[in-house]
Design a protein around this ligand. Structure first.
Ligand SMILES: [Zn+2]
Length: 438
């Protein structure tokens, strides 16, 4: 694969030229859709303001799934970067500039956060020091698709960034269409979300980059797509070679724990999860609204109104999600139903379906401390102090409960299959009864 760049009018265009055997990833399911992408930069940024190794990593984070044996980059990389990339991926990068020293973060460097405004990365924001700089990967459409596709509503994220700025914090929104290099559209690798932080790493001076990766992604393999998107590369070792280690401050915290931290933090008003709603209000029809809204109410010890549950259980999207075995994010659904004390028949049926009446779900609100290894060394002590202000540390019993949370066994279990059928018939009956009574 060859790559090149053009930089004009505050847009960095990256161009990829695969050879004949390239263009499809190792699974055969992901292909290259476009051979270039645009990244919009701040006004006073220029190519001199990025270390060549960092530029190379940005190119890799977009093209990696499609690189066969080697990648040629437009500006030579250091020998250290070459060696580290080779060691972790068995692929080569060239040319090597023998005179180029590896990037070292400046002395007064600050931590960076790939901040999407979602619950998990807001929890990360609450755990990180107050000088953390936030970077938003602001997805835009490639020019030729502007008329045919519609983007999700980003207003709530923009509002969050302007509130952060009012509090005197630094935030950067970097527009890019890099998701369209990949078909189906999406981030080529899991850590592609760090690209805005990498782009500005020397412009600002950062020494690490955090993301909102949570326990479910890191330790519980049901987000199979994201696991596949690592392509079995120890990415952190490559990030370390440019002195921007990954800082996975929420990796030992579940979706229940991140919501708990957010609600308990100065950022509780940033509680946005829905990409569908208008004017920053959740749509209350999607599966995220089902999970996050009920979780929020359970953690705030609020009554969950039956009328709200009725509407959610009538939504086609929610019904499709709940019929699955396992349900996506099943652990969170189990946590919700295990703490639900109301009288809605479908919530009771869902409690039985997720076995929340039998299972101990309390591990989800605690910190899995072995995940400290994924926090950047420089920030470990301060982040640990913050985490234990919000969450208890898991006991060995909690850790055993977490480790025994096995999605494959749920999928194959005859008991779960029976409960699934029971729940589906309750769901069907509920819809019929509702239509009859209207
Ligand atoms: Zn929604």
């Amino acid at each position: 694969m060859k790559s090149s760049y053009k930089f004009e009018k505050e847009v960095l265009k990256l161009i990829f030229i695969p050879n004949k055997t390239e263009g499809v990833d190792c699974s055969g399911k992901v292909k290259m859709g476009r051979y270039e992408c645009n990244i919009h930069t701040p006004k006073d940024w220029d190519i001199e303001k990025i270390h060549p190794d960092v530029l190379a990593l940005i190119i890799i984070l977009i093209a990696y799934p499609f690189i066969d044996k080697e990648i040629e980059v437009p500006i030579g990389v250091s020998q250290d970067f070459h060696d580290s990339f080779k060691k972790e991926t068995k692929k080569s990068i060239y040319p090597v500039d023998k005179n180029l020293k590896p990037r070292i973060a400046p002395k007064n460097a600050v931590p960076g956060l790939a901040y999407s405004g979602g619950v998990d990365s807001t929890a990360a924001l609450a755990l990180l020091p107050s000088n953390t700089v936030c970077f938003f990967l602001d997805r835009i459409l490639p020019k030729e698709l502007e008329k045919s596709l519609k983007l999700y509503d980003k207003q709530s994220v923009y509002d969050v960034y302007s509130q952060l700025e009012k509090q005197g914090r630094q935030g950067y929104k970097i527009k890019t269409d890099l998701e369209y290099v990949r078909v189906p559209r999406g981030f080529p690798v899991e850590t592609s979300t760090t690209i805005p932080a990498l782009l500005l790493s020397d412009y600002i001076g950062i020494d690490s980059v955090a993301t909102g990766t949570i326990m479910e992604h890191q330790y519980i393999p049901y987000h199979k797509i994201s696991l596949d998107r690592d392509y079995f590369v120890k990415w952190n070792n490559i990030f370390k070679s440019i002195d921007i280690p990954l800082n996975q401050v929420t990796a030992g915290i579940s979706e229940v724990g991140t919501m708990k931290i957010l609600l308990n933090s100065p950022y509780s008003s940033f509680n946005h999860w829905c990409m569908r709603g208008d004017n920053s209000r959740p749509c209350m029809k999607c599966d995220k609204c089902f999970r996050k809204k009920i979780l929020e109410m359970i953690l705030l010890k609020q009554q969950v109104p039956n009328s709200m549950l009725d509407n959610l259980f009538l939504s086609n999207e929610v019904r499709t999600m709940l019929k699955q075995l396992p349900i996506p994010c099943e652990n969170v659904i189990a946590y919700i139903t295990s703490h639900y004390n109301g009288n809605h028949t479908l919530m009771k049926s869902l409690k039985k379906r997720t076995r929340a009446n039998i299972l101990d779900t309390s591990w989800m609100e605690k910190w899995y401390s072995p995940a400290k290894d994924l926090i950047a060394e420089k920030y470990y002590n301060s982040v640990e102090k913050e985490i234990i202000k919000h969450l208890e540390v898991m006991s060995s019993e909690d850790e055993a409960n977490m480790n025994s949370w096995d999605i494959t066994s749920i999928n194959n279990s005859l008991i779960y299959q029976k409960y699934q059928q029971d729940f589906i018939s309750d769901l069907t009956k509920f819809k019929q009864d509702t239509i009859r009574n209207r």
